[in-house]
Design a protein around this ligand. Sequence first.
Ligand code: ADP
Length: 479
Amino acid sequence: MSIRLRLVLSYLAMLIVPLVLSILAVIVVFKLDGSRGNPIKNIINQEADVYADIKLMSIREPESFLQRSVADGIDERLNMINMNLIVRVNNDIVYTSPDISSTVHLGRLPEFGAVSDYDSDFRGQHLITRHEDFLLPDQREGSVFVVSDDNPFPKYIQGYFAWLFTILLIILALTNGVLTYLVSRSIIRPLKALQRAAEEIKEGNLDYQVNPKSKDEIGKLSVAFEEMRVKLKESVELQLQYEENRKELISNISHDLKTPVTAIKGYVEGIMDGVTDSPDKLDRYVKTIYSKTVDMDRMIDELFLISKLDLGKLPFHFEKVDIGAYIQDCAQEITFDMEKRGIKLELTALPEEAVLIKADREKLKRVLVNILENAMKYMDKSDGKISLRVIVQDGKAVVSVKDNGQGISKDALPHIFDRFYRVDPSRNTSTGGSGLGLAIAKQIIEEHDGLIWAESETGKGTTVYISLPAWNKHDREGA
Ligand code: ADP
């Protein structure tokens, strides 16, 4: 439930609950009092009783009204139900209840024989006078007036007013207190949890989770906060990973450069010491030095490339490329080299129609050459065979390079795209690998919004796949 709705409902409840409880309290009070009989009914009954007696008396023994003790008796009974008695003979008031004597405008009492019992303005309040006329034996005209409030209810209520008022106040205070507590708790608790989480994050504890329980505005804020924490954690971890990679890179670079440099130094020292006593030997030494420098040059080149890719400083020039034709060109370039090594290159399943992709020709070529060179480098069969295929799958061009070489073990396969990873470092020294080739290939393919992966079986061969998205009409050449 949203906070807005919760506040609206709580305000409504603050109005409705006290009202309902007050009504219930009034009912309970009256019920409790009613256990002694219905108070209002009692009043009405008593009034009827007294009035019946007065009527009877006015017929049977009207002169009794003139006796003070009788009049007092009736007045007393009337007083119990908030009524008073007045007796008038001719125009003289012969009896007035002590309660009203001073304030009554006696002149306003109904005349003898008047039909109406009521005088709404009697005594300046809303009162009823009921009256009963009688004739005394000496023919004097007498009237008995019963004076009461218009409605006994308000008077009755007065007795309970203090009670009801107190109950109402308690109900109001309780309802407001409970509702305010509940509403504020549901808002303040999650806010405090958020505040705590923010403090934990400030202190560097990025594992502190906020578990939003509500679906209201604060719940949504907590979800956003949690997402922010996860992103922050990921980015910090990524930074740490970068830092770790950088250190590893420096250590790998130092190690990998040290090996050829040490070798070159050894050969040069040999030449200086006169070990190369024959032109043949000297030639071999110089060739080895040359090949080591070529390795170093290549490695420095790859390092330079990977660091530029890392920094995002390597510009890509994307063009609309027909992948079938492009693969054919690349294959032609490398065929000679392959034939020299006795490896057969097969081009299979090239698409008949042009399949356009978005690619940086030069960089994609580097990737393909690297994969093909690997296929040649790690070929251990005399009838070496490499097949190149292009198929279109789900709107993507998938290029595969399959060889029947030594293959890669299951343990090593997930790592071949890692930097400096070599399945067999000692063998690779002889093949001249730096372990950077596939890492660079992966980065270049990812820049193309593509994917690169490999499948392999030890002893049988390896297939490297590259999937590249087709040219999209929103793509721009050169971008
Ligand atoms: P390298 O420069 O050492 O070839 P790469 O990054 O190109 O580095 O390849 C990483 C490792 O993956 C290689 O050292 C090699 O062990 C393995 N590898 C790559 N391609 C093949 C393949 N076609 N057959 C067997 N092993 C391969």
